[in-house]
Write a protein that binds this ligand. Structure first.
Ligand SMILES: Cc1ncc(COP(=O)(O)O)c(C=O)c1O
Length: 355
């Protein structure tokens, strides 16, 4: 029988996942049957996970990466849910709220529903960045967490993280940065987003996005252990006494793949990928603008542009995996697998469709 094959990445322009680095793929396969959720049994993968956190904390400019707390999650959703849960557990009030920009990922809606916290959504400015004044107006003494996005899902925008962190702490709340996608791009920009740039308490950063690690490998980081302590439950049948993760059994393949990718690519390989992706985004934005489309100027390697519905549909029919923002714009994520020649083929198809 013929083995089923996954789709090729040739025409995938909508995804924040990408082809894993070959070293990461190999490492993941070696660790397929390991469970970092039981570190007293699976010691090798448990120590790899410590290395993963140290490497992620280095990317996120933690002042002392070996002291950072965190774990490899199933993805950005779990990391965001756990950040909300930790902040809720650490806050004194019974009915807490979380302030999230409207550009925040929908995982915060899941978190709010599951955890019984109020979600206060605040507007963004004309450039799709969270308005600090709106956050200041939304926080109160029941605010457990303020969320800022560093590399937004739809437009790749970075919120004013230092200002948001100040507002959060003045209100007695914690500060969480969602850099699920942006975390492997922003170290090579002058964006302010990291533990080194601002008083950030927790941060989401996913190796299985721009980090070129196999799925599933997300990351939750915390400045110090208190954030994870607030998540710990007793684990009577395991040799370790408590567990702070959301899921029990977890993917050792994800942990090993993430470490292998970061060991090989940090920093030069990631820098090259970010530069290539940035050039590609600029090229595509210019090509679309030349054809008269309204383009949202890319800041990180993500391009949004307004296309007629019929052209969008025709591109999908031609096999291009493209998606739309909530405002209806075409959205192209220039991931490492997206080459200049695939973008040239995409624009050539668009020209054919327009004729
Ligand atoms: C900014 C941001 N946060 C969180 C997520 C959720 O990540 P995951 O799909 O790995 O759960 C995404 C997904 O694209 C994202 O862009």
């Amino acid at each position: 029988m013929q083995q089923p094959e996954p789709q090729s990445f040739d025409r995938v322009l909508s995804s924040m996942c990408t082809e894993p680095h070959p070293a990461a793929r190999e490492a993941a396969e070696r660790f397929l049957a390991t469970n970092p959720g039981d570190p007293a049994t699976y010691e090798a993968v448990a120590s790899l996970e410590e290395r993963a956190i140290e490497l992620l904390a280095t990317l996120a400019d933690h002042p002392s990466p070996t002291d950072a707390a965190g774990y490899v999650t199933s993805g950005g959703t779990e990391a965001n849910v756990q950040a909300v849960r930790s902040a809720r557990n650490r806050h004194d009030a019974n009915d807490v709220n979380v302030v999230v920009p409207e550009s925040g990922h929908f995982s915060f809606h899941k978190a709010a529903e599951m955890l019984g916290v109020e979600l206060r959504t605040v507007p963004v400015d004309d450039d799709h960045r969270t308005r600090a004044d709106a956050v200041a107006a939304a926080v109160d003494t029941s605010t457990a967490l303020v969320v800022g996005v560093a590399g937004s899902t739809e437009y790749g925008r970075v919120d004013p993280i230092p200002a948001l962190a100040e507002i959060a702490h003045d209100a007695g709340a914690l500060m969480h940065v969602d850099a699920a996608w942006g975390g492997f791009v922003l170290p090579f920009t002058d964006g302010e987003w990291s533990f080194g740039d601002a008083a950030v308490d927790t941060l989401t950063i996913d190796p299985h996005k721009f980090g070129q690690a196999p799925v599933p490998a997300g990351g939750l980081l915390a400045r110090d252990a208190a954030a994870l302590d607030a998540l710990a439950v007793d684990t009577p049948y395991l040799e370790t006494r408590s567990q702070a993760t959301l899921t029990g059994t977890r993917s050792g393949a994800g942990v090993a793949g993430a470490v292998a990718a970061m060991e090989v690519l940090w920093p030069d390989g990631y820098r090259d990928a970010v530069e290539r992706a940035g050039d590609n985004a600029e090229w595509l934005a210019a090509a679309l603008a030349d054809r008269g489309y309204d383009v949202v100027e890319p800041s990180l390697p993500l391009v949004a542009a307004r296309l007629p519905e019929s052209e969008f549909d025709a591109l999908r029919e031609a096999g291009w995996k493209v998606s739309r923002t909530a405002n209806g714009e075409l959205r192209v994520v220039c991931m490492p697998h997206v080459t200049r020649s695939s973008l040239q083929a995409f624009v050539a198809d668009l020209d054919r469709i327009r004729d």
